[in-house]
Design a protein around this ligand. Structure first.
Ligand code: DGY
Length: 318
């Protein structure tokens, strides 16, 4: 009997290649309701999940004792309870390495758009309110030559730093541990978070969401930032206190923000929605056609490997 595999969302076709030979059930394009998800889990031996599904102990128990692997189609895996998985002997995998450049593109896109007021000015143009070119109209801070503070110098943070070098930016970073090789390669300088926040013109967040990084950037941290600073977040929403950020933007304590992720997706803090100085993308960081193909393929390869009794390429070490 072929092993039962549950794919929790419709994924790119590329992801189905490695799943050939398994008994595959695919749920809907939209995130499944919790009840539907738990019902569909029953009897699954492998699950290919995405960031929108909460894969916790309850889900694992609903699947039953045959569940061997949860292959998350994302580099972040805060939606998976890895402790519950370990207790049940379930392997968890993610998709690192295939989305770094693509996500860095979006971080840099948000950085540029927020600084140079693209969202706001485009809204004016489209609504027919653009009346003239103006010497002071839609001006924002330069990006080139400024100081970029990267919080979390992992693969994606480093890819952002490479882009910043092309803009002649000075790169400083904060990370749990020093990264001597990246310092050498990127000319990046390590700073304590406090100094980074106080001195950077742009701050881009690239930390995973953990208990330590929850609300890493809150009212106190935003208070330290420069009045013309721009904050970019493409990691996970809860790393930034969204209400505090909205307040800081309303009061002009920082210049602008570019966000791809939110505390309670798909909800966005209502104040942010009203702000001209917030550029808001709907979690599209890894959303290039090529990268989503690679993510789906890697997740499926990981899943298939575990079900065949082989080592997956990118297991999470918990
Ligand atoms: C990830 O890979 O963690 C992204 O947020 C999903 O695209």
């Amino acid at each position: 009997m072929p092993e039962k595999v549950l794919v929790t969302r419709e994924i790119p076709q590329a992801g189905f290649g490695p799943l050939e030979g398994f008994d595959v059930t695919v749920l809907s394009e939209a995130p499944p309701e919790r009840g539907e998800l738990l019902g569909a889990a029953r009897g699954a031996e492998g699950v290919l999940s995405t960031v929108t599904e909460k894969i916790d102990g309850e889900f694992m128990d609903a699947a039953g004792e045959g569940l061997k692997v949860v292959a998350n189609m994302a580099v972040g895996y805060d939606n998976v309870d890895v402790v519950a998985a370990r207790e049940r002997g379930i392997v968890v995998t993610n998709t690192p390495g295939v989305l770094d450049e693509t996500t860095a593109d979006v971080a840099f896109m948000l950085l540029l758009a927020a600084a140079r007021r693209l969202g706001e000015s485009e809204r004016v143009l489209r609504s027919g309110r653009w009346e003239w070119w103006g010497p002071k109209l839609f001006t924002g801070p330069d990006v080139w030559g400024k100081r970029l503070g990267i919080v979390g110098l992992g693969r994606i943070g480093q890819a952002v730093a490479r882009r910043a070098r092309g803009f002649g930016m000075e790169i400083v970073y904060h990370n749990r541990s020093r990264k001597p090789e990246a310092e050498e390669e990127l000319g990046a300088r390590y700073l304590e978070l406090d100094e980074l926040l106080r001195t950077a013109d742009f701050v881009s967040i690239h930390t995973p969401l953990t208990d330590e990084t929850h609300h890493l950037i809150g009212a106190e941290e935003l208070e330290k930032m420069r009045p013309r600073a721009v904050l970019v977040n493409t990691s996970r929403g809860p790393v930034v206190d969204e209400a505090a950020l909205a307040d800081a933007l309303v009061q002009g304590r920082i210049f602008a923000a570019g966000l791809d992720v939110y505390e309670e997706e798909p909800k966005v803090h209502p104040k942010l929605l009203d702000l001209e100085n917030a550029v808001l993308a709907p979690h599209i960081g890894s959303g290039s056609i090529e990268t989503r193909d690679k993510m789906a393929t890697l997740a499926a390869e990981n899943l298939a490997a575990v079900l065949r009794g082989e080592a997956p390429k990118t297991p999470i070490k918990s």
